[in-house]
Design a protein around this ligand. Structure first.
Ligand code: CLF
Ligand code: SF4
Length: 493
């Protein structure tokens, strides 16, 4: 495989980006197929055009593109048993963190500031801290302002669905192509265990009646979106013993109604969050339970497996959160949008993606040619760009890939505490990292010291840093072929 034309390494650093920009400007984009770079064979060009730079709707795009959320919608019309209103909407965010609430004008200032500094930015999402459709005036005012200033940014919302049917026509008018609905049940008996009440048609409803109304509104909203060609992602919170088995039916039901993606997320439940489920000690699923359910859902509605349950004010690539760099008091009162960095980045990515697609295809070919029925679970330390480019000790998460006779695919991630701080590793932290890597066969990283490598080996996990800065799939393909079949033709991209 050829070397990348321009490296995407270190894009979060301004210096690296300026170098990148200079290179891009001198070379420009020679390809006439930029708009199609990376398109998988099973996706039609019109859909690919909508998702190709959306980090949530395309797994491939999430290596290159970033989203930001603005917390403009604090009001909500539903009570979920996993939510405490002190915190952000837990349908699309981790509970336990609170966003700085913004007016639409403040949100616009923030989006411009981020767009000027974060060239990967491609999507603006409104995901709370309450419900984007119930708090509609602020959602719409924010989208109107941002679309005027930055016309090429994609607009995206996440909603519980109760007020969604009232706003589908306006969403279509505003060219919102991506909507997420949280659907945890299609059986109101199950719903009554998740939603104590809803507020609808000027009054509060409880129990099975509340769940039935919510279900009907979600059905109507999903069908209206599908009819208008707006792509929908369904988020479902997996609650063991409450709706875990039921999510198989949910998956089938949403597929029949045209959902584009289904994202099964783990319940995050902690008594300290003060939620009903937290206080009643309802546990969330562990990483292997989530994976097992997702594996059972394969073949139904297409699954999203790279969600990071980000905050209602998240900024950056999905695995990072740069929100704290863009608090309101750090942004000047007047900001003017400068598109140059985003435009240059998009040119660079178009090149890189073509190279990456070819490398991935070759790697998958190697795995299939090995002719083995074996499965390999590989945890990868990466900073983005689809490469093995993070040191083991600096990783705050590992992306988990599965290599099997079906090919190589991302199947999840494991969040960890950073092991190495200030140049030395902490043993207690390493124990936590090893526990988080349960079930993993191989760790791939850009660099690892002997001590953590040995301790991982004692836990039955092989750590390898020989593929630093290669494409992830290239490294995995070579390892799989070496372990189970043919010898790799090339170990580097
Ligand atoms: Fe935000 Fe959600 Fe749009 Fe993405 S997030 S509103 S679709 S732009 Fe993405 Fe974050 Fe998961 Fe949401 S990783 S929580 S799926
Ligand atoms: Fe909380 Fe979101 Fe549920 Fe509203 S819809 S109760 S904000 S999790």
């Amino acid at each position: 495989m050829s070397a990348p034309i321009i490296s995407l390494e270190g894009l979060t650093s301004t210096t690296s980006f300026d170098q990148l920009l200079a290179t891009a400007k001198s070379g420009g984009c020679a390809s006439s197929t930029c708009g199609l770079s990376g398109k998988p064979d099973d996706i039609n060009p019109a859909v690919w055009d909508k998702i190709k730079d959306h980090p949530c709707f395309s797994e491939e795009a999430h290596h290159y593109f970033a989203r930001m959320h603005v917390a403009v919608a604090p009001a909500c019309n539903v009570q979920c048993n996993y939510c405490n209103r002190k915190y952000d909407c837990a349908n699309e965010s981790r509970p336990g963190v609170v966003s700085e609430k913004l007016t639409p004008d403040q949100a616009l200032r923030k989006v411009i500031a981020v767009a000027n500094e974060v060239p990967q930015l491609s999507v603006l999402g409104i995901a709370g801290p309450g419900d984007a459709c119930y708090d509609w005036k602020k959602t719409k005012a924010t989208f109107d302002r941002v679309a005027r200033e930055i016309p090429d940014i994609k607009l995206c919302i996440s909603t519980n669905g109760l007020a969604l049917p009232d706003h589908v026509a306006e969403l279509a008018d505003m060219n919102v192509d991506h909507v997420t609905i949280t659907i945890n049940m299609v059986d109101p008996e199950v719903g009554a265990k998740i939603y104590p009440w809803i507020f609808y048609d000027h009054r509060r409803h409880t129990g099975i009646e509340a769940a039935r109304i919510l279900h009907e509104r979600q059905r109507l909203g999903l069908e209206m979106l599908t009819a208008r060609g707006i792509l929908t992602k369904i988020n479902s919170v997996m609650i063991p013993g409450v709706n875990d088995e039921h999510l198989i039916e949910v998956n089938r039901w949403v597929k029949e109604r045209g959902a584009f993606l289904h994202n099964v997320m783990p319940l995050i439940s902690d008594p300290a969050h003060g939620t009903h489920f937290g206080l009643t000690r309802q546990r969330g699923p562990n990483a292997m339970e989530i994976k097992t359910l997702q594996d059972r859902l394969e073949g139904g509605a297409k699954l999203m497996r790279h969600c990071r349950q980000c905050r209602a004010d998240a900024v950056g690539l999905l695995g990072e959160d740069r929100g704290q760099e863009f608090t309101l008091d750090s942004i000047p009162g007047e900001v003017t949008y400068d598109p140059s960095r985003r435009e240059a980045y998009q040119e660079v990515v178009a090149h890189e993606r073509l190279d990456h697609v070819a490398a991935r295809s070759e790697a998958i070919g190697m795995v299939k040619a090995a002719g083995s029925g074996k499965v390999l679970l590989v945890a990868v330390a990466t900073r983005g760009g689809g490469r093995v480019n993070e040191h083991f000790g600096h990783a705050k998460e590992f992306q988990v890939y599965e290599a099997s006779p079906r090919g190589i695919s991302l199947v999840g991630h494991r969040k960890v505490e950073q092991y190495c701080l200030g140049g030395r590793g902490e043993n207690d932290t390493l124990d936590g990292v090893i526990a988080a890597l349960e079930g993993i066969d191989i760790v791939l990283c850009a660099k690892i010291g002997d001590c953590p490598k040995d301790q991982l080996a004692e836990a039955g996990i092989r750590a390898i840093d020989a593929y630093g800065h290669d494409y992830i799939e290239t490294a995995i393909g070579a390892l799989y072929a070496a372990k189970f079949g043919i010898q790799p033709r090339a170990a580097t991209a």
